[in-house]
Design a protein around this ligand. Structure first.
Ligand SMILES: NC(=O)c1ccc[n+]([C@@H]2O[C@H](COP(=O)([O-])OP(=O)(O)OC[C@H]3O[C@@H](n4cnc5c(N)ncnc54)[C@H](OP(=O)(O)O)[C@@H]3O)[C@@H](O)[C@H]2O)c1
Length: 231
């Protein structure tokens, strides 16, 4: 951790919308392994409970539970949104009241795919994260975790995920919190990367990463060079 004054996030209950999917399960797994209390969300209570049970068995953590997304919004301290872009706006609108005042972390990459590969979709708000902020004006929206590969997160043979997590937002205390949360995962550096209005290119960069990973048959993330404060 670069900053000795980083907030203590150890007891924060982290909810995951779409916690049954690849990215949600991956993030939940790494956070649970770090001892974080985790609340798996889903559109289906049964799927959430099954995913939570599987994660408890996988990680040995006793602080993993599951519930419908709306209950996760009510009872989690912070929520990570890990659903496909198509379902993003409606789900957030449905949960706007219980998410008021909370930090909401958007990792949604609005991407299309065709015969040439992945490409960024045009989002009227500028980015999925800015759309989240429009739908959730009473929440503290942060953008992060866009470039972390679910395959790496779920790989049982990998103890560390040596990558940078770009964290963007307009609320400094909220971005500090999310940087500290990202750094609960061994190998991760949480790096502040600007205001929410700059989230569009961070989301779009994922299309380039997908091209890299197709060409080189890997699951590369990003690592910034010569970042002061880190050894
Ligand atoms: N996969 C990656 O490596 C990766 C990396 C970085 C960021 N992301 C981003 O993370 C998000 C999730 O990616 P993923 O690969 O995990 O996707 P996914 O497995 O297809 O979906 C995740 C979960 O979202 C829920 N869901 C699906 N459609 C929905 C809808 N219309 N409304 C509400 N919930 C819906 C499903 O859970 P229930 O059916 O249980 O509700 C599903 O398990 C995407 O926005 C993606 O861009 C992914």
């Amino acid at each position: 951790v670069a900053d000795n004054d980083a907030p203590n996030v150890a007891d924060l209950v982290v909810g995951l919308f779409g916690g049954t999917g690849e990215q949600g399960r991956g993030l939940a797994r790494r956070l649970a392994l770090a001892g974080q209390p985790v609340f798996i969300g889903s559109r289906s209570a049964n799927r959430a409970l099954a995913a939570a049970e599987a994660l408890r068995a996988d990680t040995g953590s006793s602080t993993v539970s599951g519930a419908p997304n709306l209950d996760v919004a009510r009872y989690a301290d912070l929520v990570i949104v890990a659903v496909p872009y198509e379902g993003h706006r409606d789900l957030l609108a449905e949960c706007a009241d219980p998410l008021a005042g909370k930090v909401v972390v958007d990792c949604v990459n609005p991407l299309g795919f065709d015969e040439q590969g992945a490409f960024p979709l045009r989002v009227p708000a500028g980015s999925a994260a800015e759309e989240a902020a429009q739908v959730l004006p009473r929440s503290r929206v942060v953008a992060a975790f866009h470039h972390m590969s679910a395959v790496q997160l779920l790989d049982p043979d990998r103890d560390r995920v040596d990558t940078d997590v770009l964290v963007l937002g307009d609320d400094r205390a909220a971005t500090d919190l999310v940087q500290a949360l990202a750094e609960r995962i061994p190998g991760v550096r949480g790096v502040y990367a600007g205001r929410l209005r700059n989230a569009g290119q961070v989301e779009a960069l994922t299309a380039n990463l997908i091209s890299v990973n197709r060409r080189y048959r890997g699951h590369a993330g990003i690592r910034l060079s010569d970042l002061p404060g880190y050894s």
